[in-house]
Every structure is written in C-alpha cells, then in structure tokens.
Design a protein around this ligand. Structure first.
Ligand code: GLN
Ligand code: ZN
Length: 768
C-alpha cells in the first residue's frame, strides 16, 4: 500500500513567501533573493513530507502566485498584451512577465491590466483565468516544472511526483477571449504539448505524474466527456513507462464514474471526504489494472481524522483491490488548510487535541497506512480524541440544539407581507425618492488599524482605544450629515473584519495565531474555527450602533453579518452538517437584530456577501443549499416588527440562476454590486419582477476612480427603466473599507448630487 500527498501549502510556515514576494514587488530584494526564499520553502516542505513517511511527494505544487498561472506559462498561453514586458523592458524576464500577468504592469511607460481572477471551484483560493483565442497556439514556454522536478529528485529520489493541472480542467478553467470557438475544442492542439511535457519529465526520471482533473467530478456536457476520453487516450498512445494519476476532488465522480475509471491511466484519486458514497460505485466499476487513491483525510478543514471511519473505507477498497492497488491520501491538495498546529499554543489543549493542520494531516495519512497494515494501537489514541470531542461540554450545549430543533416556519416569516411593511416604512421614515445610503464601512485608514495594534500591544488603554474609535465615528456621522446622505452608517471602525468581529464575541468560535491560508497571490486569510454549538453570550453591536444613533437626528442603519456568510468564511465543524451550524448562527444574529430593534434602531442591514459562493459544485445540489441558506437568513431577519426595515447586501453580480431565492429572502431592501456591469445584472431582477426595494450599486468601489455625477445619473436612469423607480435606493457597490478618504468623499458627494438630479428627472409614484 502506498501513501501520497496531492499538494502542500507554499506560503511558508511564517508566511515567508508572502513577505518575500511583496519585497520583490517593492524592489527591495532581487529575483535571486526571492528564489532563495522559494528554494528554502520547497526544501522544508519536502522534508516535512519525507519525515511523515509519505511515499509519493508532490513537486511543482509550489507557485510564486498561482498554480493555474504556472500552467499558462508552461503551455505558452500568454495574452499578447504582455509581449512588451519581454521585448521592451530590461527585466528578469520570466518572473516579471509572470507577475505582470498576475498583477498588471504599470511602469516603464507601460500600462497593462492583470489577468482576471476568480475562485477556484468552491474554495476561497483565487486563480488567474487562462485566456484563450480562436487560433490559440500551445508550446512549452516555461521551464519551471522541469527545474523543480530536478531539484525534488535530488532530495526525494523516486518519491518525487510532479503535479500539473490536467488538460481538460485547464481548458475548462479558462475563458474564450474571442467569439466563434469553444475552448474545449482546443484539446486537440493542447495534447501534443502535454505529451511533450510528460515525456520530458519521464526522461528526467519521473515515475509518477499527477494530473489534477477536478472537473471530472463536476457536471459535464457530452463534448466535455469526449474531451476527457480523447485527451487521455491520446496521451496513453504517445507516452509509456510513466504512471499517471488523475486526481479528482471536491465532489464525487457520480455520473462520470464510468468515464473516470476507464481512462487509460495508472491511478485515479477520489475525494472520500466530500463524497464517501462514491466509493461503492467506483469499486463496482473499476477495471483490473487501475490503482485507486483514497482521499480520506480532509484537506479542506482543520479537524483530526476519524481513523475508524477512514479505515472502514480503506478496508472496503482493500477487500476488492488488495493492498497493492490502494493508495492513501488527503482528499485534495493541502493548500487549503493551515500549515502547522504545533505552534498554536493558545488554543485550549482539549480542543487542540481534536484538530489537525497540513503537517498533522500528513501524519494521519501515514498512520492510516500503518493501521490498515495491522498496527491497531494507533487507533485507540485517535478514538480517545474523538470521544472527548463527541462528549465535551465545550462543544455541546443542549439549549442551543433544542432551539435549532424548534425553529418553525413562523420563525422564518415576517409578520406581514412586503407591501404592508413598505407602507409602514414610508409613513415612518418619510424618505425622499431615491434615498441615499452606503454599505457600512468607511475607509479603514492606517490610523484606525494602528489603534487596534496599539491596544493589543498594551500601548493604549481600552478607554483610550474606545475614545479614538468614538471620535472617528462621530466625524463620519457629521460628514454624512453635511453632504446630505439619507440613511447613515456608523462606519464600522471598531471592526477588524466582518466575520472575525462577530466570531470573537460568539461562543463556539476560536481563533488561531498562525492558521493562514492562501487566498490569492500574497494575500492570506486566517478564518475563524467554529468548534462548538454557537451562542451569543451578550449584545455584540448595540453599544456602537446606539452610540452612533444618539449622535444624529437622521436614520442610523444597524450593521450585522449574516449567518451564511459567517459560516462560509469560517472553518466549520465536521461533526454536524454545515446547515446546522448556520442555523445556530442565525439564531444568535436574530437575537442581535432584536436587541438592536429594542434599542430603537429602525433599519438593520444583514450582510450576506457569501451566499452565492456557497453554491455546491453540482447543480443538483443547488435547490437544497439555497432553500437552507434562505431559511437561515429569514430566521435571522424575521423576529422584528413590521415597522423595522431589514436590508441585506450582496457584493457580486450574476443573480440569474438564484433570483427566485434572493426574492424569497424577503429583505425589505437589497443592495447589490452593479456599477461595473452597467446595470446589466438588473435584468435578472427586472425579468423576475423583483417585488421588494433594491439599491443597485452606482459607484464602483473596487477602483480609486471617482465616478462623475452624470455617469451615476445615467446608471439611475437605466435602473429606473428596468425597475419601478419608487423601489430604488442609491448607494455604492460595497463597503468603503479599502478606499482612501479623498476619493471616497468626492465620489459620495457626486452620488448624493446624482440622487438629487434623479429626483428631478424621474417621476416617482407614491412618494412626495
Ligand atoms: N457592511 C460591510 C462593509 O461595508 C459589507 C462588506 C461586504 O459586503 N463584503 O464593509
Ligand atoms: Zn459587499
């Protein structure tokens, strides 16, 4: 029996890569110094895996920015706009071209935009989207994979296994940049280059090569299925003497199982954490030559493996295939989990004993092999941890469980329907047509961030800290009043992050010291860990919202983060379905909503920035997910009186497939991101005849550019053509946290002027 790993985090245990890249970009270190940092990280990672006793160790899983971008460079998929970086400036060539593609290039008289970035399947990792043209040529451009394999070979010998994104998934992860062709049709011209790459690696000495094909576990069209068949047959015909592992993950192969097990390769990897049920069918259909890699250790979460359960799966496979054909592995690349639990000394030892980060997961893979081969002693140890977690009163709060079990449809339904509520709101608030508001945060300047750092270091007392935040809040209230915003916000200066702020105040959450995970490039996030039943020991936001409300005669909006977003941006428990955790959070936030209402806050916004990104990868699972997500939001929002106005906010476009669910949330007002798409995405709302009020963003907050009043009026006119004008609000696309003050002030002044002009130009029914 073999063990393998599919990929290891490359940011470095102390985020060395992030720091080195940022220093290189700032011109503070040379390319050689950057390479030296990379060399050390790789060496350390490989050694960790050798020490853990892993048989097949990935190389080329390292990347300076993104492994999909690495593939584009390897295959010569370099959009024309980057050519000047190679021809016109004297740079370190490949590495600078690479970073130009990742981040754009704005110097030496050039101004070239970066490649588009999007989420890697259902993770929070972002990759750079390959750009294809109709006559796309492929040829080996970058030597990185060959160099990396050579170095790996010295350290790892036969264990070194180069990893590449497979040809079909590479094409599917990209985009057509011209009309008139489908990128999947490029497979014929792409395969010869893969053949060349694989043959070169083989000549260098590689015995195993891993080709990641996550799309093989997704919904595929007939053409895409044929592309898989074609690609792997063509490779098999022209390559021999090297074993190829096709790796699927994040979903089951389901309807593609027949296809997957019959690819002419040496091994198939399946994700048995996300889709344990697929094992049965895979074992039923597997042909006699194929080896099967069992992804039993969760690469997407922070919990200790349940050895008994994994062993059940392994035993099933061994019974059918024998030990020789079974490989034990994490479910996916460990890129998505934090690196090392050992340094997390501040975590309660009882809870820490239930956890495992990347390094610990490698040991689990090795343990499972030993156990499967007969060493049962390891099992007992694991069982003790599992039992402690199953029974701990740090995890289990009966009152929380009872409350979730008792949620009724009535809890998830506002007292009256929207039209009745809307009339109450009109009478109560007397807002003008096109009321203006913002999404919550105002610029988090260095000064504000400094305050929190100083408080942590003890350089500021709590009182001094609070006073400084109060001053910033008062200032932003005065300013909103001055420029004439209708519904004010308090600015969110007291919040570090929209999830962390709540997690820190809720029971059942913990925070790590160094649990960083790469989000994109040098950007890393440190998600909270939800380990137990969630409850709210006391008010979380009432102090700040009330403070702000008391300092103005205008309406002050209360700001909360919604349950789906909090759960989506955390590591959740694996001992209960995510939806149960989300429901627990929903009840906690519901109580906060009620506390705000009781404190006199009349308008409360519940941000659900992450609803769309929680969509399951397989379409068949969408309805169930959406039903539960919508219900969690409704549970949060529906405790209030009719006269209280509930807002929600979502910062993305593309509502087409989910619009009926968005409507089912029944928020009185929804604010969304629309400015960049020129209101295009409002079509979905118009077509559906979205019944409630809506604030389509008219100011693109992702850029420092100040939109003119005229531009914003044009957007409002467009919106009013699509939707009833009396339902429209005027606001930016999202929070202003990342912006600077001067541009924010100028843009919001223009925005208020645009609302005023719209009031003159567009007649609005029912509002005076
Ligand atoms: N209220 C939050 C803010 O303004 C919303 C952020 C978001 O949607 N991502 O910062
Ligand atoms: Zn947003």
């Amino acid at each position: 029996m073999l063990t393998q790993n599919l990929g290891y985090p490359r940011i470095g245990s102390q985020r060395q890569l992030k720091k080195a890249c940022e220093r290189y970009w700032a011109g503070k270190i040379t390319a050689d110094e950057l390479n030296e940092v990379a060399r050390k990280i790789k060496q350390e990672n490989w050694q960790t895996q050798v020490d853990a006793g892993i048989d097949l160790i990935p190389c080329n899983d390292f990347s300076f920015y993104d492994q999909v971008l690495d593939m584009s460079l390897l295959l010569g998929v370099i959009p024309n706009r980057y050519t000047p970086v190679l021809t016109e400036v004297n740079t370190n060539q490949e590495i600078d071209l690479y970073f130009a593609m990742a981040r754009g290039y704005q110097k030496d008289g050039l101004d070239i935009t970066a490649m588009e970035m999007t989420k890697w399947l259902d993770t929070n990792y972002h990759y750079l989207v390959p750009e294809f043209t109709a006559k796309q040529q492929f040829k080996i451009f970058s030597e990185k994979v060959f160099g990396e394999y050579d170095t790996a070979k010295i350290q790892l010998g036969a264990k070194a296994k180069p990893v590449l994104l497979g040809p079909v998934s590479y094409l599917l992860s990209g985009k057509e940049k011209e009309e008139g062709f489908e990128r999947i049709d490029l497979i014929k011209s792409l395969i010869p280059v893969y053949v060349e790459i694989i043959n070169r690696l083989k000549q260098q000495g590689a015995t195993w090569i891993q080709l990641d094909e996550p799309y093989l576990a997704l919904d595929l069209s007939k053409k895409e299925k044929e592309a898989f068949e074609y690609a792997y047959r063509a490779i098999a015909n022209r390559v021999s003497g090297v074993k190829i592992i096709v790796a699927t993950y994040f979903e089951g192969t389901l309807d593609n199982t027949q296809l997957a097990v019959n690819l002419p390769v040496a091994a198939l990897h399946i994700d048995l954490v996300r889709a344990p049920e697929q094992l049965e069918e895979v074992l039923a259909l597997i042909p006699p030559h194929l080896q099967l890699s069992l992804g039993v250790v969760d690469g997407r979460n922070v919990w200790k493996n349940d050895y008994e359960r994994s062993l059940e799966l392994i035993s099933k496979a061994v019974a059918k295939l024998g030990t020789d054909r079974v490989i034990i592995a994490p479910s996916c690349s460990l890129l998505h989990s934090p690196i090392d639990l050992d340094g997390e000394t501040a975590i309660d030892p009882e809870i820490r004993n239930w956890m495992a980060f990347a390094k610990q997961k490698l040991n689990e893979v090795a343990d499972l092999k030993r156990i499967a081969e007969g060493d049962k002693a390891l099992l007992a140890f694991n069982k003790t941890a599992k039992e402690s977690r199953r029974t701990s009163n740090k995890v289990h709060k009966q009152d929380v469980k009872d409350r979730v079990a008792a949620i009724t449809e009535a809890d998830a339904t506002r007292k009256s329907t929207f039209p009745l509520r809307q009339q109450l709101h009109r009478d109560r608030f007397k807002l003008p047509a096109f009321p203006t508001t913002t999404i919550g945060s105002f610029p988090q300047t260095d000064d504000i961030r400094q305050l929190r750092a100083q408080l942590k270091k003890g350089e500021l007392t709590f009182e001094q800290y609070e006073k400084a935040i109060e001053d910033a809040t008062v200032e932003v209230i005065r300013w909103q009043e001055e420029i004439g915003i209708d519904v004010l916000v308090h600015g969110e200066f007291e919040r570090n992050d929209m999830v962390e702020y709540f997690g820190e105040q809720l029971d059942g959450f913990l925070f790590t010291a160094n649990g960083w995970v790469q989000s994109y490039g040098s950007r890393c996030v440190k998600p909270p860990v939800i380990y137990g039943d969630v409850s709210r020991p006391k008010d979380m936001t009432v102090r700040w919202i009330s403070f702000a409300a008391a300092r103005t005669d205008k309406l002050m909006k209360g700001m909360l983060t919604g349950p789906v977003t909090i759960s989506q941006w955390s590591f959740v428990r694996d001992d209960q379905p995510r939806q149960v955790t989300t429901d627990q959070i929903a009840l906690a936030i519901r109580d906060e909503v009620l506390a705000l209402e009781k404190a006199g806050i009349a308008i409360i916004q519940i941000d659900e920035a992450a609803i769309r990104e929680g969509l399951p990868l397989r379409k068949a699972k969408h309805p169930h997910y959406l039903d539960r997500a919508v219900r969690a939001f409704r549970v949060t929002a529906s405790g209030v009186e009719d006269r209280t106005q509930i807002h929600t906010h979502m910062c993305y476009s593309e509502f087409n497939n989910i619009i009926e669910h968005i409507a089912a949330m029944d928020a009185d007002v929804i604010t969304i991101e629309t400015s960049r798409s020129q209101m295009e995405l409002l079509q979905a709302f118009a077509h559906f005849e979205y019944p409630n009020e809506i604030g389509p963003g008219i100011y693109d907050i992702h850029s420092p550019r100040v939109p003119t009043t005229e531009e914003m009026v044009t957007l409002l006119v467009k919106a009013a053509e699509l939707l009833p004008a009396e339902h429209l609000w005027v606001n930016p696309d999202c929070g202003l946290k990342t912006r600077k003050w001067p541009e924010t002030k100028a843009a919001l002044e223009n925005m208020v002027a645009a609302a005023k002009e719209a009031r003159e130009r567009i007649s609005v029914e029912g509002i005076v």
